[in-house]
Structure formats: C-alpha cells, structure tokens
Unconditional design. Structure first.
Length: 402
C-alpha cells in the first residue's frame, strides 16, 4: 500500500513538473541557507577552539583600558611597575610584556606598513614565548639579538612583498636593518600572518617607546593554580597600584576561558540571527507547499471521488496527499543540503584565497540529518490541512465537481 502511495505521488510530480519545481524553491533556499550558515559557524568555532587549545587554559591576559582585544589607538598604557607587580603575585609562573606598533617595513626597495611586536620574559626563551601566544616556530629560531627578526607566514610565502623573504635575508624596519632568523606558523588571517616579532629592547629602541608604555602583559599560571583566582589576585594588586576602586579599573584582566565564553556567545548570537533570517525562506516554502497541495486537491477532486467510489478510505486519501507534501519537503531539503554544502565550501575557498584560512566548514552528521528531517516536517505540516480537506470529501460531491 505504501508503495502505491509513493508511485501515485511521483506520478503527480512528473505531470506537474514546473509547478513542482517552483514549489521546491522556497524549501531549497531556506535549507541551503541554514546548512551553509551552520557549517560555516561550526567550522569557525572549531578553528577558534583549536587556537585556544594551542594557547592553553592556564593563560591570563592583561591590557590597558576596558575593552577586550588589542587596540593600537589606546592611549592608556601599562607600565613596567605593573609588570614587576604581576610577576610577584602568588600563582604566576611567568609574565611576558609586549608592545606593538604599526611600522614601515622595507625589503628590496618595496615598503609596506604592518605591526611590529616586541616581547620579553626573563623566565623563558623567545621561542617558548612565541608558542605561548598560540603560534609555533616554522623555520629557523627565535630572535635573540636586538637586530634579529622573526616574521609571520605571509612574508615567507610571498603574500606580503612582491619578493619572497627567506630566513637569512635582511629587512629594514623604520630604516634600520634586521636579519631574518625565523618565521612562525600560519595564524589564519592576513593581519596576524603579516606580523613582525622582535625582542622588546629592539622595539623600544627603533620605535621610540618607553618601557612604561606596555600594550599587553601575558601571564602563564603556575600548574595546580586556578586561573580565575590568580586573575582576581592580579586585579586586586593592580587596583591598589593604580589607586582605583573596583569597577573603576583602567585595565582589563581576562582568562582564556573568558575569551572562549565571549567568542562563544558572539558566534551563537550571530548564528541565531542569520538562521532566523533563513527561516523566513522556510516559512515561504511551507506556504508554497500548502498552496500547491490545496490546488492539487481542487484539480484532482474527480480523482478523489473515483478512488473513494472504488473503496479508498479517508485515511488512504489523507496519507496520499500528506506523503506528496512530505516528499516535496524532502526533495527540496536534499537539494538545499547539497547547495548549502557547496555554498559554504565556496565561501571558505574564497576566504582562504584572501588569506583568511581560519574560516573553515564543518558538516556534523546531525546537521545533514536534522536539515533533512526539518525539511520533511515543513512539507508534511504544510500539507496536513489540504490532505485533511481531501480525505473529508464525500464521493458523490467529488464526482459531480467540475
């Protein structure tokens, strides 16, 4: 019996090809949008999680001001006294200072501007310090002398200058020569992959920055200590040093978990908004399916009368039309899933071509299964009322209908 339902449904679709295709468009667009947006969101979340895994959960970030993230326009700075105070707090394994500034870089006569970062920590070497920021040494070694530089991936790959920079070459930073001694692994965005890393003494020297103008303090928590509790101790110490009350801080102390939570909330909100917009297409698709099924009921009134006259039950008529609407939803869903996968892959490929390799796609099994089930549900729900209307027709009335 169920086989007969499906045969009759497909016969209807093949006889009404144009109308069927137009009906599928709403479901197709909605599912494609949902699948592509969720897959990109999941891929982006996975990339961010991997970056935080490299950082580790034992890190605390201290920066001036009350905003989260590096801000090159920030006028408030941290001082060397802040750094020394942090290093003396119980639970702090090490504390690295960092300064950064937009600077002119020259190689083989070509000049461009990018961020130069200087880092220092007397307790760990340069390479370990680089790795604690979530990147690894890819070539060469860390900077040891004041005229040695470590470059981001884009210099080595030839995506920054017209000429490819190699380890051992010399570049100029604000007119002063530096020897390239190493390069770091790919971060995944054009800005970070074009950073130049120096010792902090080199940056303070060539860029005329005071040691009391620190942009960032990066803390590694001692094993066995809770980062949140150590962070509270840091806040208390810096409030006393800056002579400010709680709530009036001119600095921000954040743990890795704080950053992960913030990114997670932002990604979730963005996904909800975008999926909400995509859901409008699904609603339109459901209305189209309902409209198509109502039209089909009217066009096939005589057919319904004949089927009832030869013994078809109300439930047979109901399931026939319900299956037709469900199939419309499933077919639109399958096409939408395929289009969504292709669209998200295309976006990721375009982003990677522009240097944003951290934008990736992820297709968990529950995304495909859920999208398919949802598309069937939309079709079935949209077809319920038309199917019920068809099943309630009286045979005599249906046969007399013109």
């Amino acid at each position: 019996m169920w086989t007969d339902y499906f045969k009759l449904a497909f016969k209807t679709f093949t006889s009404q090809k144009k109308r069927t295709a137009l009906t599928l468009i709403g479901i197709f667009i909605g599912i494609a949008a949902v699948v592509s947006l969720i897959s990109l969101g999941q891929g982006l979340k996975a990339s961010i999680d991997r970056q935080f895994d490299l950082l580790g959960t034992d890190k605390i970030f201290i920066q001036p001001g009350t905003s989260v993230g590096l801000d090159p326009t920030m006028t408030i700075k941290l001082s060397n006294d802040d750094l020394l105070a942090v290093r003396g707090i119980s639970g702090v394994e090490s504390a690295s200072s960092m300064v950064f500034k937009l600077s002119r870089i020259t190689f083989k006569g070509e000049s461009k501007y990018t961020f130069v970062m200087g880092m220092d920590d007397p307790d760990i070497d340069f390479e370990t310090m680089i790795e604690s920021f979530g990147v690894e040494m890819a070539q060469g070694r860390g900077a040891e002398g004041d005229r040695e530089a470590v470059l981001g991936k884009n210099f080595i790959s030839g995506d920054f200058f017209d000429a490819q920079v190699e380890v051992g070459d010399k570049i100029e930073i604000e007119g002063k020569k530096f020897r390239v001694v190493g390069s770091v692994s790919e971060v995944g965005n054009p800005q970070d992959d074009a950073n130049v890393y120096l010792t902090i003494d080199a940056v303070l020297d060539i860029l005329d920055i005071s040691e009391d103008e620190l942009d960032f303090i990066y803390v590694t928590v001692r094993q066995g200590e809770e980062p949140a509790k150590v962070g509270d101790r840091i806040k208390k110490k810096l409030r006393k040093l800056h002579d400010v009350k709680e709530g009036d801080e001119d600095f921000t102390v954040s743990t890795t978990e704080d950053y992960m939570e913030t990114f997670g909330i932002v990604l979730t909100v963005v996904q909800i908004v975008l999926i909400g917009i995509a859901a409008i297409s699904l609603i339109v698709g459901g209305v189209n399916i309902a409209n198509t099924m109502y039209t089909s009921v009217l066009e096939r009134t005589n057919e319904i009368g004949i089927m009832k006259a030869i013994g078809a039950r109300n439930s047979d008529i109901f399931f026939l039309f319900l299956i037709e609407s469900g199939i419309l939803g499933v077919v639109g869903g399958i096409a939408g899933i395929a289009a969504g996968i292709g669209l998200s892959k295309l976006v990721a490929f375009g982003a990677a071509s522009a240097g944003w390799t951290f934008i990736q796609t992820l297709f968990p099994w529950y995304l495909t299964f859920g999208a398919l089930l949802f598309s069937f549900a939309v079709g079935a729900i949209a077809g319920t009322l038309p199917a019920r209307q068809a099943s309630k027709m009286k045979p005599v009335d249906a046969l007399r209908y013109e």
